[in-house]
Each structure stands twice: as structure tokens, then as C-alpha cells.
Write a protein that binds this ligand. Structure first.
Ligand code: GDP
Length: 443
């Protein structure tokens, strides 16, 4: 994931500090030198790094910190707070107009992920029970209109388009009218990108802005391009008065520099982060949660939100009942795996658990989506009866399952053994809990 190098380095620095009962001014100085290097290597703007270190140092060398019982922790806390501030402090929410529709204009260079993000944003709004309309205003890039139409179809959000012969300004104007006539409460306008910023692009964007008077002008930038992304943001902001930035491709191995510098350099907040090519891979950007992920403290809040949005409550209750009565079968196991998969790639989910990114490097902790796929293949090669009564799976059945799934008999054995152990544990657990919950009546 993004920030991996930075996260590892910072966690090493702080690991050393945490272990110390006493922390001297020299220790803090040494740690700050390492933090400075780590940030520079992550491609954070050098001025931003300088100010950041000065702020942390100022607070960290205070006598109170050094005398505290857990000085290492206090220093980490200061760094956490300052990292959060660096990325904007609090979450910067999407505007909502008092006189709908709320108009969002998407701008950015070609290839940054603008059109994809436009679709993702519509999906996010739709999940919050809004009725967005997409407007296809990129008439220059071949197939951009088609791309938006396909995205719209996929998520069942209407796309307003007038082909590529009408001017984008006219398209935007008509799109607005269409949204008003059809009761849409959000309009998201996809605009043309270019390979580089040029005057004609800016002129056209300004004309569209004049006509639609957007509540949001969101710049989409590719986090993989590091400081270039920050420079692009700065130029766009000077000309277009952006209201926010969307960082894309944070799922790649970007070093994180753009995320950490863009707000400090441009003054423009990051509103969303895109972490994958799939249509639901867009998250509102929370500076505090991102800082926490970078420092290996996890992001349990986002994980809970994802789980709440992705899991059917009735199904979850039924699953809980089955676990308590130890009726859990391979069918249920498969269903549960499907639900977990909907939350996103395992790798990203792991990063949200405190301390997990350290463990990820360890050999026996390597769980990945590929492995899940193997397990899935094995279970799907079982017959219905075998899934319900795994105890009937004898040696010849195991061989058949292995052949059917393209896995080895050893893997099949291992899975069945683990499953039986899990069921045994559930039985013991449900004995302790009783059908209604833990003994002693926890409510
Ligand atoms: P546009 O020219 O700015 O409209 O760019 P597109 O929306 O066509 O995206 C360019 C490429 O980047 C496409 O292949 C997208 O699938 C990909 N892309 C967009 N956002 C992300 C992201 O968050 N993560 C990854 N890995 N790829 C992305």
C-alpha cells in the first residue's frame, strides 16, 4: 500500500524511542533526524519537512515530555498530531448546496483518474441516498464519453451527454437544466483533461465554471506522481480556485509525498482518496485516520464503517446464531468469505488493524486474496452434503476435491482440519456464552 516505506521507517524510529524508560534531548534529536530523512525519502516537499520537524521538536524537547512516564509515547503522540495537521487537521466534507442541485466540477490532467473518480463519487453519493446526475463534458479524449456511460450503466446513475460535437460549456449548461428538470440533487461534471496544463484548457474550464457556478471544483491528481501532483495542484488552484483535491492511486506503491504535502503547499484540502480501480474504491479523506495508518496505529473507524456499509444486518445475525449453536457449515464459511471480500482487498483491510502492517511481513502471517481464492476453490469443489457434513469427507473424496479445485490433497486436509478446529472452538465458546450471550448477562 501507499506509505509502506514511510510507515516502516517511522515505526522503527518510534519503536526505539518507546522502548526507552528515559528519553534525552539527544534521543529526540536523533529520532527527528531519522524522521526528517524518512519524510524526504517519501518525497515530501522539503519546506514542508523543515516546518514539520521544527514544530515537533519545539513540543518534544519541552521538559514535561522528557520527564513524563512514557516519553516515547508522548513524542509519537506529538508526531501523530502534527501529521494530522499537515494533512488538513479535520475532515473536509463535500459541500451541499441549500438550493439543489449541488454542482461538482471535476478537473485534472489526462490519466489522473478523473473519469473513473467521477463514477466513484456518483456511487458514493448514491449510497448516501442522493440522486446524482453525471455530465459527460470531456469531448476531446477519444472514448471518454463512452467510458462515463459505461460507468453510469454499471452503477445505475444516468449520464447526460450530447456527443462530442457540442461545446463543453453548452453541455454543462444543458446538463444543469436536465438535472433541475429531473429532480437530481447532485450534478457531477466530467471535464476535459490535457497532458499538460495549457491556456486553452484553463479558459474552457473557467467558462464552464462561470456558467454552472459549482459548489465544488475538485482536482483529481495521481498520487503516484509525487511532487508533480503537488505542482499541478498549485497551478490549478491559482487559476481555478479549487475547493478540494482527490488523490488517486493510493493503492499503488506511492511513497506518500503528495498526500503529505498537497494541503501544506497549496492550502487546498484533500477531500477524497481513491485506492483502486474498482467503482467503490473511493473513501472520504480523514487526516487523523491517515496519520494513524502511517504510524501503524491502524484505522479501525474506517474498517467499521466499511463493515457496516457492506454487510447485511440480517445475514450477520443469522450467522451469529449459527456460530453460537455450532451449526456453522462450509456453506456459511464461503458466504462469510464473500462478505469480507466485498469490503476490499485483504491487504488494505489489514492495514487498518493496529500493528498489522508490521506482522504482514512475517512468513506465517501472509494472508492474501490469492490464498482466499484457493480456499474458495476447494470449498466450491465439495458437494452440498460435504459442505454441511465435513466429517464425511474421506480420503477418496479429498482426492476428488483436490483434483476438482486444482489444489493439493495437503491443502484440502489443512483446510478441513482448520475448519473442524474452528467449529470445536465455536462449540466451546457457545457453551460459555449460552444462546443469549455471555453468562452473567452482559447487555
Ligand atoms: P482520466 O484521463 O483522468 O479521466 O483517467 P481515467 O479515469 O481514465 O483513469 C486512468 C487510469 O487510471 C485507468 O486505467 C483507471 O482504471 C486508473 N485508476 C484510476 N483511479 C485509480 C486508483 O485509485 N487506483 C488505481 N490502481 N488505478 C486507478
Amino acid at each position: 500500500m501507499a506509505f509502506e516505506g514511510l510507515a516502516n521507517r517511522l515505526q522503527n524510529v518510534f519503536g526505539k524511542l518507546k522502548g526507552k524508560g528515559k528519553v534525552s534531548e539527544e534521543d529526540v534529536g536523533e529520532a527527528m533526524r531519522e524522521v526528517r530523512l524518512a519524510l524526504l525519502e517519501a518525497d515530501v516537499n522539503f519546506k514542508v519537512v523543515k516546518e514539520f520537524i521544527a514544530k515537533v521538536k519545539e513540543q518534544a524537547v519541552g521538559q514535561d515530555v522528557l520527564k513524563s512516564f512514557t516519553p516515547g509515547m508522548v513524542v509519537i503522540d506529538i508526531v501523530n498530531k502534527e501529521l494530522t495537521n499537515l494533512m488538513g487537521g479535520t475532515q473536509s466534507k463535500l459541500a451541499k448546496s441549500n438550493r439543489p442541485p449541488t454542482v461538482i466540477m471535476m478537473v485534472g490532467l489526462q490519466g489522473a483518474g478523473k473519469t473513473t473518480t467521477t463514477g466513484k463519487l456518483a456511487k458514493l453519493l448514491q449510497k448516501q441516498n442522493h440522486r446524482p446526475l453525471l455530465v459527460a463534458g470531456d469531448i476531446y479524449r477519444p472514448a471518454a464519453i463512452k467510458q462515463l456511460e459505461v460507468l453510469g450503466e454499471q452503477i445505475k446513475v444516468p449520464v447526460f451527454s450530447m456527443g462530442d460535437k457540442t461545446s463543453p460549456v453548452e453541455i454543462a449548461r444543458s446538463g444543469m437544466q436536465h438535472a433541475k428538470d429531473n429532480g437530481h440533487d447532485y450534478v457531477i461534471i466530467d471535464t476535459a483533461g490535457r497532458l499538460h496544463i495549457d491556456e486553452s484548457l484553463m479558459d474552457e474550464l473557467k467558462q464552464i465554471r462561470e456558467v454552472v457556478k459549482p459548489d465544488e471544483v475538485l482536482l483529481v491528481v495521481d498520487a503516484m506522481t509525487g511532487q508533480d501532483a503537488v505542482n499541478v495542484a498549485e497551478s490549478f488552484h491559482q487559476q481555478m480556485e479549487l475547493t478540494g483535491v482527490v488523490l488517486t492511486k493510493l493503492d499503488g506503491d506511492t511513497r506518500g509525498g503528495a498526500a503529505l504535502s498537497v494541503k501544506a503547499v497549496t492550502g487546498c484540502p484533500i477531500k477524497f482518496a481513491a485506492m483502486g480501480e474498482k467503482i467503490d474504491a473511493l473513501e472520504p479523506f480523514h487526516p487523523d485516520r491517515m496519520a494513524s495508518r502511517i504510524l501503524g496505529m491502524g484505522d479501525v473507524l474506517t474498517l467499521i464503517e466499511k463493515a457496516q456499509a457492506g454487510i447485511d444486518q440480517d445475514q450477520a445475525l443469522e450467522m451469529q446464531r449459527k456460530m453460537r449453536t455450532a451449526e456453522f457449515t462450509f456453506e456459511d464459511f464461503l458466504q462469510q468469505m464473500e462478505q469480507v471480500k466485498q469490503l476490499g482487498p485483504l491487504d488494505q483491510l489489514m492495514d487498518m488493524l493496529p500493528g498489522m502492517n508490521k506482522m504482514k511481513g512475517m512468513e506465517n502471517m501472509k494472508v492474501d486474496d490469492k490464498q482466499l481464492g484457493h480456499i474458495e476453490a476447494i470449498i466450491k469443489s465439495m458437494t452440498k452434503d460435504e459442505k454441511i457434513k465435513p466429517e464425511m469427507i474421506n480420503a477418496s473424496r479429498r482426492k476428488r476435491i483436490a483434483n476438482g479445485s486444482g489444489r493439493t490433497v495437503q491443502e484440502v486436509n489443512k483446510l478441513i482440519k482448520q475448519f473442524e478446529e474452528m467449529r470445536k472452538m465455536m462449540k466451546q465458546f457457545s457453551g460459555m456464552m449460552g444462546p443469549k450471550g455471555p453468562k452473567g448477562g452482559m447487555k
